[in-house]
Design a protein around this ligand. Structure first.
Ligand SMILES: C[S@@+](CC[C@H](N)C(=O)[O-])C[C@H]1O[C@@H](n2cnc3c(N)ncnc32)[C@H](O)[C@@H]1O
Length: 213
């Protein structure tokens, strides 16, 4: 990783403890190999969201609902729309959202984000877009859904440093190398986008923050 693990652990030790329902979800994700956002990454994003005060957020990649629930709790006046294409994760997300009584605030759309634009549009426009799904499709997600952003819309893209592999010339795993190439292409495209200013933070797995120019 690009931040020494002892530094990450140190920061994590200072982060306020989460309520039992969230800790349970973190444990479930760890035990079942569900890739939820890393703690320092999500805390950083939540902090920025507190400053931005979005009224509507679109998330691509719900998994079991962890980040959607965290955003909803942090921003009680914001509505969250989130998309998940995996049936069993979608169902677990619905259960988790019900358990914490956030069904009114969070709408989960079941389907491939590349195919559900019409449904997503019904709940828009969105002040923030959070991309945290199939890494090879980030550019398509951005192209489709940035058009549903409000005037001062902000886009968060997670995993843009892919454990630091993007800065490594010799990735010794072919699958990783393909992924690295895709992420690097996305980062280069994003950083030179004529309509957005972007900066990459070395927190979590790397988060790109893009704001409309
Ligand atoms: C990294 S996980 C999301 C984690 C979640 N945001 C969190 O931090 O709690 C990515 C999820 O995106 C879903 N996904 C990947 N590609 C997708 C697509 N094209 N449309 C909808 N969901 C997708 C995967 O099934 C997976 O559950």
């Amino acid at each position: 990783m690009f931040v020494p693990s002892e530094v990450t652990r140190y920061i994590e030790s200072l982060i306020r403890d989460r309520e039992p329902a969230l800790k349970e979800m973190e444990l479930y994700a760890k035990e079942h190999g569900v890739p939820i956002m890393e703690l320092v990454g999500i805390e950083t994003m939540l902090h920025l969201l507190r400053l931005l005060k979005p009224k509507a957020i679109l998330e691509i990649g719900t998994a079991i609902g962890y980040s959607a629930i965290r955003m909803a709790k942090e921003l009680p006046h914001a509505k969250i729309v989130t998309i998940e294409r995996d049936r069993s994760r979608y169902e677990i997300a619905l259960e988790n959202i019900k358990k914490v009584n956030l069904e009114k605030q969070i709408t989960v759309i079941y389907g491939d984000a590349l195919e559900v634009e019409a449904e997503v549009q019904e709940y828009g426009p969105y002040d923030c877009l959070f991309i945290d799904a199939a890494k090879g499709q980030y550019r398509r997600f951005f192209e489709i859904y940035s058009s549903h952003l409000s005037a001062n819309g902000v886009v968060f893209s997670d995993n843009v440093l892919f454990k630091g592999f993007v800065a490594n010339d010799n990735v010794d795993n072919k699958r990783h190398q393909t992924m690295v190439n895709k992420i690097k292409a996305y980062n280069e495209w994003l950083m030179t986008h004529p309509d957005f200013d972007t900066m990459i933070l070395t927190v979590g797995d790397g988060i790109a923050i893009s704001s409309k120019r």
